[in-house]
Design a binder for this molecule. Structure first.
Ligand SMILES: Cc1cc2nc3c(=O)[nH]c(=O)nc-3n(C[C@H](O)[C@H](O)[C@H](O)COP(=O)(O)O)c2cc1C
Length: 290
């Protein structure tokens, strides 16, 4: 199954939403199951009207419970005074239960931005999310200078090593440029590569663990078989008389008891390699009939 990434945005005037669509393209092109969500609005409708906010982007509103399903998150953040907006903060503040259970620990997170002006605080905004990522145990994945547009000083280009970005102008009139969208796609691709590599690594580790356990079970069986044949070898050589014939079932009994013990060990998941004595000691510790 492809790793799942949730792109979580707040976008009053759709600049962040536009970037999110290209971040999603980069993720999907690299084999990720990527969905865009928005955080719940906290402003009343009358204020939104006064702010001349257009209708919300047509994406579902995320709930805290949704977070456990994803392997990684990319947060699209429009700057407010150089920090994240209250809407995103309010959503992150409601993740206390996930923090307590460690449900997000070990997952991955990244950020991308929109500001009105070129120096309006894209990088400082990233820092305001880092404390949340750190406390939740999320691994922060910066963009770095992964796209050469980040070195281009010939025009205004949003984005930084902390993530893709666009510059909206004070009145929201500027739209994301092709160079900014290219950076957004690169961020999606790079985040995807990391997650896919991580997941393949997990699968390989799991397979190796399974092989290791199978080998241990086989070794235990080999030790058992050796013990049984040693017991049989040590047994007095049968002389074909009436009395010896009567003892033959005992050897059979011993063999089937040994097989039963081996099966019991497999079920009890008590694995150990070594001498029969060690095996007996360890199995006794684990209450396993040896
Ligand atoms: C209350 C408020 C504070 C803002 N503070 C900043 C700021 O510190 N720096 C800046 O460049 N832009 C600032 N902006 C502009 C927003 O960052 C800009 O509208 C947003 O990035 C556009 O993204 P959107 O279209 O996805 O909503 C502010 C906007 C509002 C409403």
């Amino acid at each position: 199954m492809a790793p799942k990434v949730y792109i979580i945005i707040y976008s009053l005037y759709h600049h962040i939403y536009t970037l999110a669509l290209d971040v999603q393209k980069g993720l999907v092109a690299s084999g990720i199951d990527a969905k865009i969500f928005q955080v719940p609005e906290t402003l009343p409708e009358e204020i939104l009207v006064k702010m001349q906010a257009p209708p919300k982007p047509d994406v579902p509103v995320i709930t805290v419970d949704d977070l456990s399903e994803a392997d990684g998150f990319l947060f699209g953040v429009p700057t407010r005074f150089g920090t994240m907006p209250a809407q995103i903060k309010s959503f992150l503040d409601s993740t206390g239960g996930l923090w307590a259970s460690g449900a997000l620990a070990g997952k991955f997170a990244g950020t991308f931005f929109s500001t009105a002006s070129q120096h309006g605080g894209q990088e400082t905004t990233a820092f305001t999310l880092l404390t949340y990522f750190t406390h939740l145990g999320l691994n922060y994945v910066p963009l770095g200078f992964a796209n050469s547009n980040l070195f281009d000083n010939s025009e205004v280009i949003g984005g930084s090593p902390y993530g893709a970005g666009t510059v909206a102008n004070g009145d929201g009139s500027r739209q994301a440029t092709e160079k900014e969208l290219e950076i957004a796609r690169t961020q999606g691709e790079n985040f995807a590569k990391l997650l896919i590599t991580f997941h393949r690594g997990l699968e390989v580790a799991e397979e190796e663990e399974n092989v290791k356990q199978t080998n241990v079970v086989e070794s235990v069986e080999a030790v058992e078989e050796a013990a049984v044949s040693a017991e049989e070898t040590e047994a007095p050589k049968p002389v074909v008389t009436e009395t010896v014939k009567a003892e033959e079932p005992k050897a059979e009994e011993k063999k089937s008891r040994a097989v039963a013990k081996t099966e019991a060990k497999k079920e009890s998941k008590c694995f150990c390699i070594g001498s029969t004595l060690n095996l007996k000691i360890v199995c006794r510790i684990f209450n396993n009939p040896y």
